[in-house]
Design a protein around this ligand. Structure first.
Ligand SMILES: *Cc1c(COP(=O)(O)O)cnc(C)c1O
Length: 393
């Protein structure tokens, strides 16, 4: 992988993996060829043989992802979910995994409906640090966390989890799903994680036009095993999607900083609004994980995601989500455009009400993905939508 004369994020985002071709193209061409010429049997002319194994655009993207996570290695997959599947498939049969309780729904579904059929059993806990000593078994091989969580934005001290896990059993790998923060706000490998994964569909691509997943690691043995599975399973992104994602990540730092700055102002407004029950945002001093966020996130930024409970119950949340003019009512997050959704009836509808409410996902909870429109316009939009709700309940 290319060596850059700097470790500064913005420069890495622009230059890592940005190689030129024979023509000196400043932006890499898209390489659609599925196969590559050999000069004699078994001797490819260049570095590539067959595009499932490796492709110039995917390789460039993987190099950039590794650089942004300050990692030795990066791998790209067809989706965040495929990345999860490949990591879990890499475990020996009969392994045990431990996951935080309010993990991404698709990850929960994979653990409970797919991995178990392959002999991997998973324990879930809402108080990971306390429960680790009693949950870890001889065959435990994986601990899976997200910070902040979706949609209640609870923050976990990654270094503390890593230290606890390694003290219990050195063979356990710690995976951090860093989708909600992006590599700009946090690099979990620096806090002791073994693998960091992303749904690059969200912040890394950032333009809501690609589904793609990625991971990064410093471990040569994990990299070799996962790269082998990437090819053997074939869960790879297309060259075009790899190229688009590489283009998207070049502005990651600008987008995420802007979104986080606007989110901070919106969260502060929501917190003092009489129409709001409570606000979850790691950039607010009232947030339970504020101190951890201060040391774990770049410049203590809270990120671009907020969730809050609006007065008026399920009806209030439904009305609010239909009353905004700039925030689009839609699932997903991390794009340039602002979105909002009601988890209880959208992203988290599959979870039984009792379990949902136990992790703070009430009927009146609204989740917001702050985009990069003008901050004052976004704030005005939230204000007018809240007043529509207030007038009708
Ligand atoms: C969206 C998401 C995923 C799944 O990624 P896809 O690219 O949609 O497969 C995993 N984890 C988190 C936190 C996500 O938000």
């Amino acid at each position: 992988m290319g060596v850059l004369p700097t470790d500064k994020f913005a420069t890495k985002a622009i230059h890592a993996g940005a190689h030129t071709d024979l023509h000196g193209s400043v932006i890499e061409p898209i390489s659609l060829s599925t196969t590559f010429k050999q000069s004699s049997p078994g001797n490819p002319v260049g570095a590539y043989e067959y595009s499932r194994g490796q492709n110039p655009n995917r390789q460039n993207l993987e190099e950039a992802i590794a650089a942004l996570e300050s990692a030795k290695y990066g791998l790209a997959f067809s989706s965040g979910s495929a990345t999860t599947a490949v990591i879990v498939q890499s475990l020996p049969q009969g392994s045990h995994a431990i996951s935080i309780g309010d993990v991404y729904g698709g990850t929960h579904r994979y653990f409970t409906k797919v991995a178990n059929a392959h002999g991997v059993e998973t324990s879930f806990t809402n108080s990971l640090l306390e429960d680790l000593p009693k949950l870890v078994r001889d065959n435990t091989r994986l601990v899976w966390i997200e910070s902040p969580t979706n949609p209640t934005l609870q923050v976990t001290d990654i270094q503390q989890v890593a230290d606890t896990v390694k003290a219990l059993n050195e063979d356990i790998i710690l995976v951090v799903d860093n989708t909600f923060l992006s590599p700009y706000l946090s690099n979990p490998l620096n806090f002791g994680a073994d693998i960091v994964i992303h749904s690059a569909t969200k912040y890394i691509n950032g333009h809501s036009d690609v589904v793609l997943g990625a991971l990064a690691t410093n471990s040569t043995s994990l990299y070799e095993r996962l790269a082998f599975l990437q090819n053997a399973i074939g869960a790879i992104p297309s060259p075009f999607d790899a190229w688009l994602t590489h283009r998207g990540l070049k502005t990651l730092h600008l987008r995420v900083r802007q979104a986080a700055q606007s989110a901070q102002k919106i969260a502060e407004y929501l917190e003092q609004s009489e129409h709001v029950v409570s606000v979850n945002y790691p950039g607010l001093p009232s947030h339970r994980g504020y101190q951890i966020a201060q040391k774990q996130h770049r410049d203590g930024l809270g990120g671009g995601m907020i969730s809050f409970r609006v007065k008026g119950g399920a009806q209030g949340a439904a009305l609010l989500s239909q009353s905004t003019r700039l925030f689009t009512l839609a699932e997903s997050l991390g794009g340039i455009e602002s979105l909002l959704e009601v988890p209880a009836v959208m992203t988290h509808a599959g979870i039984p009400k009792e379990a949902r409410e136990a992790s703070g996902v009430y009927d009146d909870l609204v989740r917001v993905s702050v985009g990069i429109e003008d901050t004052d316009d976004l704030l005005e939009d939230i204000k007018q939508a809240l007043s529509v709700v207030a007038e009708s309940i």
